[in-house]
Every structure is written in C-alpha cells, then in structure tokens.
Write a protein that binds this ligand. Structure first.
Ligand code: FES
Length: 349
C-alpha cells in the first residue's frame, strides 16, 4: 500500500489521509458517527448493508463509506439530514426482517433503532424456521439474523473453512451451515469466531445462554491453553466465570480464539479439578498430600530410574501452558540435576 498522502474535504474541512484509506476510516478518524452493520474491521470491505452511506459531490447517489476509498479532491458529507433519513429507512428495512435475540446478547440493532428513533417496524417478515444444531457450543437464532454475512465472510476469509453460507433469496434468504448440515458435519472448527463477528446476537454461545453480558464483570488475562498468548476477557458473574470473550484489535489474536480458548472454561470451577497434590499410597489409591511429600515422591522416583537405567532414560516435556520461567527451570532440572538433554516444550511447535 502506498503511503502517499492525499487531501480531500470532509464535512467542510480539509483532511489529509494516506492513499488507500476508506471513507469510513477517514470519517472515524475525524469522529464522524457513520453507522455500520455489515462492516467488520477484520474482514474485507463488503458494502452489503448500505448503512454507512455518505454523500459525494458529483456522485449520482450516496456511496458506501466502508467500500469507497478516499480520492484526492473528493468532497464528502457524512451526516446531512437527507443522509440520516436514507439511513433510517434502510435501518427500518433491517428491522422488518429481524426479531431481537433473547438471552442478554449484545445487539447492534438496538443502537441503530435508538439512533433513528425507530419503534416497531411497519411490516415484519414471517418468522424463519428455527435452527437446532446438535453441536454443544454454537447456537443460531435465525430470526435475529439480518443477513449481513459477517459470519459467512469471517468463516471464509479468516478461518478459511467456509462452514457457513448465505442461501436463498428475498424472504427465503437465510444464513446456515453449508448445505444445511449440522455444524459438526461441515468443515467448522467450532472456533466461535462467527459469534464474535455477529452484530445481532443471532449466533450465540449455547453454554452462556441467558447470561446478560452487560451485567458481567470482565477481567483481562491471557489464555493458558497454548503458547500463542491470546488476550481474553473472563466474563464473571457472582465470582464465577460464565463466558470468555476477546476484544478486536487487542493482543496477538485480534479477537480471534480457538475452540478451547473460547469454549473450554468450565474446568475453572469443575468439581474434579485438583486443588491439592495427590500421592499414591501402599493401597494403590491416591491420597491428598503436602507439596513437600509430593516433591519427595517425584525425587525418589526419578533418582531410582536414573540409578537403574541412566539419565538419558528420562525425558522432560513441558506444557505450552507453562510460562517461560517455568520452562527455563524445567530444562535446568533436566540438564543440571538429572543430567540429560531430553527436554522439550510443546510451545516450540
Ligand atoms: S457497513 Fe458499509 S455497506 Fe454495510
């Protein structure tokens, strides 16, 4: 991308931007409140919903700001009354094919309705057939879908698995797992990225259904499932984790998560989770022990194996859930104490 600067006029003011900047980004950089629905910063510009229309001198009709690049000398208006009327009418059409999701999920249509002072839409499309999928994680409320295709494009552009499709036309148009199959029978990896991309809560996390997201406390932390270090937000209610989300634009993951990072949080409060060391007794059963007793048993076992079979009969494997410091100490133990170079961390993959 060229870094040449170009100048254009936005709402009466001269503005300089890098060539290739979209009108949407230019408007945002100036604080202009251009509404969007189908646009997602992580995806290629789509231009499907037309909520982001802006007026351009010399153009016969408003153009979508998300899909139009700034050109030198352009004269753009981002918020005239007539533009707001057009956007409001478009929003009303979206309301006609949308029924708000229940269960406390964030819904961008609420914001849109508020901005344009919309009540109940003058017409309402017939209800769509509800979609019940046997997968454990991703739920789909078809009536809340506005066919913005963000989930379809996310699955295609980001995950590159194309497990979702837009099918049918007019009132029969729907988004569904490819060929109308279960998510489990498509190439879906159950990453839940489609949920993070959905603006209306149509796609949702089954195990957090009913959790009012806005009433949760969030604690920012780092996922410990592998060595990538994805930044996550633990959503908690009454001191218990009820959901994991990730913010776009933050950390190495930019809001993306894998299926473990997004959905596998129940272990945190699980009854079977170990909370103290266990050592096998003479009776062959595991018994609660102190850390000193547990370390003594490990040392005893390793020493015995080393004496009987040599240091290289022992190998150390570090989980990628360990910190760098943990892994450093483990290789020290392997090399300096046991005397073997058989040490590996799966974070090295
Ligand atoms: S946000 Fe620009 S067309 Fe949808």
């Amino acid at each position: 991308m060229s870094h040449d600067k170009i100048t254009f006029n936005l709402d009466g003011e001269a503005l300089e931007v890098v060539a290739g900047t979209t009108l949407l980004d230019a408007c945002r950089s100036k604080g202009a409140q251009v509404p969007t629905l189908c646009h997602e910063d992580r995806l290629e510009p789509f231009g499907g919903c037309r909520m982001c229309l802006v007026e351009l001198d010399g153009a016969p009709r408003p153009v979508p700001a998300c899909k139009t690049n700034v050109a030198s000398g352009m004269v753009v208006r981002s918020g005239s009354d007539s533009l707001e009327r057009v956007r409001g009418t478009i929003a009303e059409m979206f309301m006609a094919e949308h029924r708000p999701a229940t269960g406390g999920r964030p819904n961008a249509m609420d914001k849109v309705a508020k901005r344009f002072n919309l009540g109940a839409p003058p017409i309402q499309f017939p209800e769509r057939a509800q979609y019940h999928d046997r997968n454990r994680f991703i739920g789909f409320d078809t009536d809340a879908c506005i066919l913005c295709n963000r989930c379809v494009r996310y699955c295609d552009e980001v995950m590159q698995v194309t497990a979702l499709e837009h099918s049918g036309q007019g009132p029969n148009a729907i988004v569904q797992p490819t060929d109308g199959l279960s998510f489990l029978d498509t190439s879906c990896e159950l990453c839940g990225g489609c949920i993070s991309s959905c603006p209306t809560g149509a796609l949702y996390e089954k195990q957090s259904q009913g959790v009012e997201e806005s009433s949760c406390d969030t604690t920012r932390t780092v996922c410990t499932f592998c060595g990538v270090g994805c930044v996550i937000d633990l959503n908690t209610k009454d001191g218990k984790v009820v959901k994991v989300t990730a913010e776009q634009g933050v950390g190495p993951n930019d809001g993306h998560l894998c299926t473990k990072g997004r959905f596998a949080w129940q272990f945190i409060h699980h009854d079977d989770r170990l909370s103290e060391p266990l050592v096998r007794g003479e009776d062959g059963e595991l018994h609660a022990a102190t850390w000193e007793e547990a370390y003594a048993r490990v040392a005893e076992g390793l020493t015995k194996v080393k004496q009987e079979h040599g240091a290289d009969s022992i190998g150390f494997l570090a989980s990628s859930r360990c910190t760098n410091e943990d892994v450093y100490v483990l290789q020290k133990l392997a090399r300096s104490v046991i005397g073997t170079n058989n040490v590996h961390s799966c974070a090295a993959t």
